[in-house]
Design a protein around this ligand. Structure first.
Ligand SMILES: NC(=O)c1ccc[n+]([C@@H]2O[C@H](COP(=O)([O-])OP(=O)(O)OC[C@H]3O[C@@H](n4cnc5c(N)ncnc54)[C@H](O)[C@@H]3O)[C@@H](O)[C@H]2O)c1
Length: 386
């Protein structure tokens, strides 16, 4: 089968995660569609050459406009900050390329819907980077739910907690600038929880949210990457215009209730995504920092033998595991990217629809816009009203 040749935009945090994942696929997923790290794109020619050598790309391009037109590229993989997603994706779609785009898909739901429509009309493969749903434990959770093991779902509870911007002297990196990232904790972390909720429980109908910004001004930095940067002592300060913390309650179309929280101010929590689902017949619990485990309670177990059981998902019978290691030889964060890019390449090569698609990215954006409006209005908002 012909390979899918990737043009990757960006080479820092997510760029590395995607390049690493693409490099693993031929080693571990060798019987399926081959993938190639074809062209790496970044703005600074000198750094780009270094990055290309490190990340295993033989060709480079300093302008994404040229990248998307190249004949030797089949798929554009966008890992630039969120404000660049729409323009690059639309140009790539126009050039007939398949597109994988990091989350959040766009700065607003309106922009995300435009990307969704363009991809649908062009008929190109499109996928958004909700990598957490590719943790084997979450795929197993979905199977248990689909098999009826949990029964009617009453509650979804999801939080994503980090602690890296508590220091008020931490600079205003792009993740704190609304014009670059769209929203703060909500789009950065909450988007993954919302995707997991839709994946496992279904559509969300309405939300009631609250948001806050604890540190209202921060020092400005000249050079920064996504998670770091150093400001000089006399650096000017700029207003922080995104949420430091967001929380909301939600009603699902199924009648289930949802409780969501996203913050980067939870001291001691590093990348702490937690989900819990409670249904008529059982419950499920997942913590990302222990991602090789899924906790399951079944009310159908014999009375006297009931209790939470921890399923270690590290055996070949679990999703994706036959590709990796013997049982108990755990996997981590990087493998979630291998799984999502494997699915994307397979489906793009076979002309099948990808999941999560731009349509999923747009629904998540609609929910986030509704949460923001609800927080401003201090009232319930129907998803799609914005
Ligand atoms: N799925 C996840 O778990 C996850 C985690 C982190 C970030 N993200 C998302 O990935 C995206 C990137 O985040 P990051 O942490 O990798 O950021 P980063 O700052 O570490 O890297 C961004 C990269 O994009 C490049 N870039 C910026 N503008 C560009 C342009 N116009 N043309 C070409 N290259 C450009 C930068 O030089 C850099 O290499 C964001 O949308 C973010 O929300 C997703």
């Amino acid at each position: 089968m012909k390979p899918i040749r990737f043009g990757l935009v960006g080479y820092k945090f997510m760029g590395k995660a995607h390049a690493n994942a693409l490099s693993r696929l031929p080693m571990f997923f060798e019987t399926d569609v081959p993938v190639e790290r074809a062209v790496l794109c970044g703005r600074d020619a000198q750094w780009l050459e270094q990055a290309a050598a490190t990340l295993g790309f033989s060709k480079t391009e300093t302008d994404w406009r040229k990248l998307v037109e190249r004949e030797d590229v089949d798929a554009i993989d966008i890992t630039a900050p969120s404000n660049a997603h729409k323009e690059i994706a639309l140009a790539a779609i126009k050039a007939g390329k398949h597109v994988f785009c990091e989350k959040p898909l766009a700065l607003t739901a309106a922009d995300a819907r435009e990307m969704e429509s363009a991809a649908m009309e062009a008929g190109v493969a499109n996928q958004v980077g909700f990598n957490y749903r590719f943790a084997p434990a979450l795929v197993l959770a979905k199977r248990l739910i689909d098999d009826g093991k949990i029964g009617r779902i009453f509650h979804f509870r999801g939080s994503f907690l980090q602690d890296w911007i508590i220091d008020p002297e931490f600079p205003k990196v792009w993740r704190l600038d609304k014009s670059v990232c769209g929203s703060g904790a909500l789009g950065d972390l909450g988007a993954h929880v919302i995707d997991a909720a839709r994946y496992l429980v279904g559509e969300i109908e309405e939300v009631s949210g609250a948001q806050t910004t604890f540190v209202k001004e921060r020092p400005v930095v000249e050079r920064m990457t996504g998670l770091s940067g150093k400001a000089s002592a006399d650096a000017p300060r700029a207003k922080v215009d995104v949420d430091d913390a967001s929380a909301f309650i939600a009603r699902f179309e199924s009648g289930a209730m949802g409780l969501f929280e996203a913050t980067r101010f939870a001291q001691g929590h590093k990348n702490d995504m937690r989900l819990e689902i409670n249904g008529e017949k059982g419950s499920l619990r997942f913590e990302f920092e222990r991602m090789n485990e899924l906790w399951y309670f079944s009310a159908e177990d014999e009375p006297g033998e009931q209790g939470w059981r921890m399923i270690q998902v590290s055996e070949g019978i679990h999703p994706y595991w036959d590709r990796w290691w013997p049982a108990g030889h755990v996997i981590g964060f990087p493998e979630t990217f291998a799984h999502e890019l494997y699915e994307f390449a397979q489906r793009a090569a076979q002309g099948q629809a990808c999941s999560p698609s731009f349509a999923d990215g747009a629904r998540v954006a609609e929910i986030m816009d509704a949460v923001e409006l609800s927080a401003r209005r201090r009232a319930w908002v129907a998803v799609g009203e914005v």
